[in-house]
Design a protein around this ligand. Structure first.
Ligand code: MN
Length: 514
């Protein structure tokens, strides 16, 4: 018999209240829809009394996202509960989440309330919330620093008042796995009627223990985990949803009979969506969703993974919705991994071409730590029979400043024929790119334009990288020059040459009629 560990996602509440993670209404709705696809059980959409923005977000999500419980946070005050209730009107499955601190530290220094007074608050607020909805959760803030005997009393009151989820927050990220497990065992033993409620864990990562603590709580009887996508949240963050879900899934021997309803294949896209909304990337070595989480670089590991993934992989990238394991090619990579990657990219080289490409790859790997697909395409382009570049840069003159309009005159050869044009733009780079586009009849889309100084100082060479996309293919062109405008023109032309090379190669590979 399997038991469900409920996933309570608080990315939009606890996560959103951390610095640099705020989202507007449209962004919150987009993420909420993705969390529904992901299959979380409860979505905490905000803290309605905190601001009008929070109220509107909870209201909009409650109305639009129907496939899960939508939750609003409230302190024990009557106005808080009322506001949460209003925001959740129209929700398919509303939940009000009441919280009050229970540690003596918080009672003395923050609330200035007696323990008895807090018990009264809990009783009153939970009963009030039940007028708005059947599903009420109660959290004892700073539970892990509270007196256990008092905590038992608080939960007893909340349960008698009608709360059906009892949450044990490690608000300050202070507990340890053994300690929180003991606390859950204690509560299960001492709170009367606790079996009727769902015990919940809510951990913070101040000591890097949020996931470990949450999993220890699950082992000790917690059946709801409060967490966030990518582990965003106050200070060091909350429990990372993807890590908890994949730990439970990957170790059924340890978490016997336990499952979550999360759809694994939506994990990676949820992580990417959140990162793109808040503009905060996860660190490359982040478990499950980091850029390197499935990247094997050491040659012996790469060889093993290619022969049988189980040698070094405890879960597949596909299980979290990542396209394939991304073997990062680096200087430790061998011929096997290199050939495999080229095959994935659609390149089958003759022996001689392959040896030439492999040598170039090793040379580049000595200078550059990671070799990406774009680099490999350039290597292959060099290694196979070289044709003339279609477009060659000749001359550039730019007039720029505040008056008149920035103007660029570009001269280049197209298939050996000299062509020249003059165009204006909103800035000098825009003017150059327009001129080059006109001369080359390019249909490509400019995806990214980046300028870097290769060395320090005012006389540094500028290096420009231009990413272009056309017909589903992306290429990066590079150009370096003491004048960044010349470097820009060269980078753009370099990228166009790469696209032209791919088009020729693609055509050549197509079967010919008789
Ligand atoms: Mn929290």
């Amino acid at each position: 018999m399997t038991e469900i560990v409920r996933i309570f996602d608080t990315t939009l509440r606890d996560g959103e209240q951390s610095p640099g993670c705020s989202m507007n209404l449209a962004e919150k709705l987009t993420l909420a829809r993705q969390l529904e696809r992901l299959g979380v059980d409860v979505l905490e959409a905000g803290f309605p009394i905190a601001s009008d923005g929070d109220f509107e977000a909870v209201q909009a999500i409650a109305r639009e996202v129907r496939g899960l419980a939508v939750c609003g946070l409230a302190r024990t005050g009557a106005a808080d509960v009322e506001r949460a209730g209003q925001a959740l009107e129209g929700a398919a499955r509303p939940r009000i989440h009441i919280f009050i601190a229970t540690s003596d530290i918080h009672l003395e220094h923050k609330l200035r309330m007696s323990r008895e007074r807090v018990l009264e608050e809990v009783d009153r607020a939970v009963r009030q919330a039940l007028h708005h909805c059947d599903d009420v959760e109660f959290s004892a803030e700073d539970a892990t620093r509270s007196d256990w005997a008092y905590l038992v009393q608080v939960f007893d009151v909340a349960l008698r008042a009608g709360a059906r989820t009892l949450n044990v927050p490690d608000t300050v990220g202070y507990t340890t796995p053994d300690e929180i497990a003991a606390l859950f065992h204690h509560l299960r033993e001492h709170v009367p009627g606790v079996a009727e409620a769902v015990l919940s864990t809510h951990c913070h990562d101040d000591l890097g223990l949020a996931v470990a603590n949450s999993l220890a709580a699950v082992r000790a009887g917690a059946r709801q985990v409060e967490c966030t996508v990518n582990g965003i949240g106050e200070r060091a963050g909350n429990t990372a949803m993807e890590e908890v879900v994949m730990a439970i899934r990957t170790r059924p021997d340890v978490f016997a009979g336990l499952e979550t309803k999360v759809r694994g294949e939506e994990i990676y896209s949820s992580s990417r969506l959140l990162s793109s909304i808040i503009g905060v990337a996860v660190q490359p070595n982040k478990a499950i969703v980091g850029a390197n989480a499935f990247a094997h670089e050491a040659g012996i590991h790469q060889d093993g993974v290619l022969k049988a993934a189980i040698t070094y992989e405890i879960m597949t990238p596909r299980s979290i919705g990542r396209p394939s394991n991304e073997l990062v090619l680096g200087k430790h990579s061998g011929r096997h991994a290199f050939r495999e990657r080229l095959a994935e990219l659609g390149f089958a080289l003759e022996d001689e071409e392959f040896e030439r490409a492999f040598k170039r790859f090793k040379d580049l790997a000595d200078k550059k730590k990671s070799i990406f697909n774009e680099d490999l395409e350039a290597i292959v382009a060099d290694a196979v029979v070289q044709t003339e570049e279609r477009f060659q840069f000749q001359q550039l003159t730019v007039l720029s400043g505040t008056f008149p309009m920035p103007t660029a005159t570009v001269e280049l050869t197209v298939d050996g024929v000299v062509r020249k044009t003059t165009t204006t733009g909103v800035g000098p780079v825009d003017a150059i790119f327009k001129a080059v586009t006109e001369l080359t009849d390019s249909k490509s889309e400019l995806v990214r334009y980046q300028v870097n100084a290769i060395t320090a100082g005012l006389d540094a060479q500028g290096e420009v990288a231009v990413t272009l996309a056309e017909a589903g293919r992306r290429v990066i062109g590079h150009g370096a020059h003491y004048d960044v405008l010349v470097a820009s023109a060269k980078a753009y032309i370099h990228a166009l040459n790469k696209l032209a090379w791919h088009k020729r190669r693609h055509q050549a590979a197509e079967p010919k009629g008789v």
